[in-house]
Design a protein around this ligand. Structure first.
Ligand SMILES: [Zn+2]
Ligand SMILES: [Zn+2]
Length: 368
């Protein structure tokens, strides 16, 4: 059969015109999707084949979904994998997927794409199950925080038990004036809600939808915020201090590659809420360190993608710090406290403050 007349043949199959460029290769839609899917497929091997995990019984994983590009694309990829292994008569035992949809409208301009989003998701991804929670349900899942937040915030905030959970969270957040501290606290509360929910439904691990460049931005931001010791679980695959495995299956993919992937699936179009780009007119001093790093990585990452993946790869090799820790935990972020030569245990015991790790202590209002 004579070959097709193609103006720019795909470099993999040579059977269709190329539509995307990825890592200097021109690929057709199908080969592009296969390339991207395979990156995530490899990252999920451990759970699909249940390596070092009992081969029978439940193996449940939690995917926190913000309806941003990363988590929505990841849901699509993982669901395709489940379809695939369940369709095979002698396929691997695999895993169950539960999705936690978190409404972030109380902490950001990010809204959920539609009111009936859970029903829509459930119809489109029938092999996963879904729960939706607002961030302020943190008070129900981690009741201890009700005592901790006023002590963390200090004099600028008086808790009022008569208010609703949402109003209490709003009042607490309003007491934090620094953009960096507010972003820091938001991500801590989000993490604690995800962990508490995952434990409540007996998950083995959490699948985070951060792409390579986002992980690079988080690595740089964490170091400058004094959270370097938490990089081992904030950007690395493996056991977190919370007794759950954290995994970042999109770590080999860049945001632009995910965007091309998502554009190839019309069923993702009305689920993804695009990020509002940071305006260049916003004064740098009004941005949090996280936003600054994201802006930096977005602008530099397109020019030097190799540098960004190097940052992420290096951070993924980090092991838990061997600094002294007697397994004391920070009252706010719940990670282990490493002894940095600050106030001693006795000093802390003599004050009425709960114990905070170095980074949380540093970000407290009035001190930052
Ligand atoms: Zn092709
Ligand atoms: Zn902490």
């Amino acid at each position: 059969m004579p070959g097709k007349q193609l103006s720019s043949p795909c470099m993999d199959c040579r059977d269709a015109d190329s539509v995307f460029m990825i890592r200097s290769r021109r690929l057709c839609r199908n080969c592009y999707i296969r390339f991207v899917d395979y990156k995530v497929f490899r990252r999920m091997e451990k759970y699909r084949l249940r390596k070092d995990i009992p081969k029978t019984g439940p193996c449940r994983l939690l995917l926190p979904l913000s309806c941003g590009l990363g988590s929505a694309a990841l849901l699509h990829m993982i669901h395709t994998q489940i379809e695939d292994f369940r369709s095979k008569p002698y396929g691997p035992a695999g895993f169950d997927l539960h999705v936690l949809l978190i409404d972030l409208s109380c902490i950001s301009s990010r809204r959920l794409p539609r009111d009936d989003i859970v029903e829509v998701l459930q119809r489109r991804f029938p092999l996963a199950s879904f729960t939706q929670l607002p961030l302020h349900s943190i008070f129900e899942f981690v009741p201890d925080l009700q005592e901790v937040l006023p002590k963390y915030a200090g004099q600028g905030y008086a808790d009022d038990y008569l208010l609703s959970s949402k109003e209490r969270l709003d009042a607490f957040r309003a007491s934090i004036s620094s953009a960096t501290s507010a972003a820091d606290v938001d991500s801590i509360l989000l993490n604690r809600l995800v962990v508490a929910f995952a434990k409540r439904i007996d998950c083995l691990g959490v699948l985070w939808g951060d792409s390579d460049d986002r992980l690079a931005a988080r690595t740089l931001a964490s170091v400058s915020k004094g959270r370097g010791s938490s990089l081992t679980w904030q950007v690395s695959d493996g056991m977190s201090p919370f007794g759950l495995e954290f995994n970042f299956p999109l770590r080999d993919l860049f945001t632009v590659e995910l965007q091309n992937y998502a554009n190839s699936f019309p069923e993702l179009a009305d689920i993804i809420v695009p990020d509002t780009p940071l305006s260049d007119n916003v004064l740098t001093k009004n941005l949090s360190i996280d936003q600054l790093m994201l802006r930096y990585v977005s602008s530099q990452g397109t020019k030097y993608p190799g540098v960004m993946s190097n940052v992420t790869r290096t951070a993924n090799k980090l092991e838990a710090p061997r600094m002294l820790t007697d397994r004391r935990r920070c009252a706010l972020c719940d990670s282990f406290i490493h002894d940095l030569g600050g106030p001693t245990m006795d000093d802390k015991k003599s004050s009425s403050l709960p114990e905070f790790c170095y980074a949380c202590d540093r970000s407290r209002p009035g001190l930052s």
